[in-house]
Design a protein around this ligand. Structure first.
Ligand SMILES: Cc1ncc(COP(=O)(O)O)c(C=O)c1O
Length: 441
């Protein structure tokens, strides 16, 4: 079984020098959790500039869905790069953009015709959804959720409610957005327990908000992540999204599913909303869509995407190389990866659940497919957040050759490439076991 290989102290000599240069020339706004300076990567393995080899359970924040540098994706990129690098899909037509839009439209289970707007990032996809919702409904108010992350451009940031630092000094943001509690059963905002609660977290919008402060006929859209990623890998109760969808339909509000992190097969279905039996009005995608090339997409039913020429566009959106990489990515997901996600996701959950039986500090283990999180607590009864332990566990794992990232205030997320094998899951769980034992065992 292949294991990580750590040959130098971390960071090694080359990495240390490069980090000094980075500190001198790069924006200090980035959040580097540990000193990893990447040289190259293949599959789920990442090599740093000093020759150390790491097992990657981050996939570059859930982006390298087909694994680092999948040979078929690399081939497709090379072929496309020989033909056409850019021609501004906003002003001209070309085949990869049309083919990808057609393919994305076909992925919707309701069989209706969908249209696609392409940008380069998740924030751009959300920004486009935000603008389209206003254009289409001519309404000004919007609903989003506490714990949500929708991106960092001013519109997307206005919808985001994840960490104060992300908003500090940027006010005033876009007005008219009301944040409401998400379906977070482990820390139920109403102190109820599931299923007796009847998914009050969703019904509160209609029962309280619409009766007191927010006229529903003025609401353009509800923006929601099917599973909150950055907010802590939070899976809402099964009825949550269906209830939201019913409320949205009743008042002519658009339901926007932000699938930037949860989409493209990561949860074992093409879109995570499929787990909840809901077809949203608008879907935003990015991250895993093109295996690492920059691409964002906002997809809406054709009758909703009714804005006029000139209303919105972006020079680099729908880049032909990114579109071609996305077409190959979707092919790989459909042909083989989705089945693997379901098997390995369950294997990972089994491994983490077994560890939870040993370590008190693992308060909650949750997830779908390969979008999995563990919430760390000081005490299972009080659920006091163990943020420092979480940070130390991530650092220990790094020193042992396992790449992980945090999410929420006190959770670790596991989002490996969708190509991960059972052996690689076992290596991850065994390193995590050692790391937790050393920090909080
Ligand atoms: C659900 C969700 N939406 C939007 C974004 C923003 O994507 P990007 O960083 O590509 O702008 C993210 C990024 O983490 C995300 O997780």
């Amino acid at each position: 079984m292949k294991q990580p290989k750590i040959k130098t102290k971390l960071p090694g000599p080359k990495a240390s020098k490069l980090i000094d240069e980075d500190n001198a020339f790069m924006s200090p706004s980035y959040t580097r959790t540990y000193p990893l300076v990447v040289d190259k990567a293949k599959g789920v393995w990442v090599q740093d500039v000093d020759g150390n080899e790491f097992l990657d359970f981050t996939a570059g924040i859930a982006v390298c869905s087909t694994g680092h540098c999948h040979p078929r994706v690399v081939r497709t990129i090379k072929e496309q790069a020989e033909n056409l690098l850019h021609m501004a899909g906003t002003d001209f037509y070309y085949v990869p953009q049309i083919s990808l839009a057609k393919k994305l439209s076909s992925l919707f289970p309701d069989g209706t015709n969908h249209k696609v707007y392409f940008g380069c990032t998740g924030a751009e996809a959300v920004e486009a959804a935000f603008k389209l919702a206003r254009q289409h409904t001519k309404r000004e108010l919007n609903i989003a959720f506490f714990g949500s992350f929708h991106g960092r451009t001013m519109g997307a940031l206005s919808l985001t409610a994840s960490k104060t630092i992300q908003k500090k000094n940027y006010n005033p943001l876009v007005p008219g957005i009301t944040h409401v509690p998400y379906g977070y059963c482990y820390r139920c905002p109403y102190d109820h327990s599931y299923p007796q609660c009847g998914a009050e977290c969703a019904h509160w919008i209609e029962d309280t908000l619409f009766r007191t402060t927010m006229p529903p006929e003025e609401v353009a859209a509800i923006f929601v992540e099917p599973i909150q990623g950055e907010g802590g890998c939070v899976v809402p109760p099964p009825e949550f999204h269906r209830a939201l969808s019913n409320i949205a339909k009743k008042y002519g509000i658009l339901l926007v599913a932000d699938e930037v992190q949860s989409g493209m097969g990561r949860t074992g279905k093409m879109f995570a909303m499929e787990h909840f039996g809901v077809v949203p009005d608008i879907v935003t995608l990015a991250k895993g869509i093109a295996s690492g090339l920059p691409l964002g997409a906002m997809i809406a039913r054709a009758e909703i995407m009714d804005w006029e020429a000139g209303s919105h566009s972006s020079t680099f959106g729908g880049n032909p190389v990114s579109c071609q990489a996305a077409l190959t990515t979707i092919q790989l997901i459909e042909e083989e990866l989705m089945a693997n996600v379901n098997v390995q996701g369950q294997h990972l959950l089994n491994g983490l659940n077994a560890l939870q039986g040993v370590y008190e500090c693992m308060g909650d283990v949750r997830g779908k497919g390969l979008m999995v999180g563990v919430e760390f607590v000081k005490d299972r009864k009080t659920k006091e957040r163990a943020t420092e332990w979480r940070d130390e566990i991530i650092m220990k794992a790094f020193q042992k050759g396992l790449l992980l990232l945090g999410c929420g205030e006190n959770s670790i997320r596991f989002s490996p490439p969708l190509t991960v094998t059972s052996d690689e899951v076992d290596v991850c769980v065994s390193i995590l076991d050692e790391a937790i034992k050393e920090v909080a065992g």
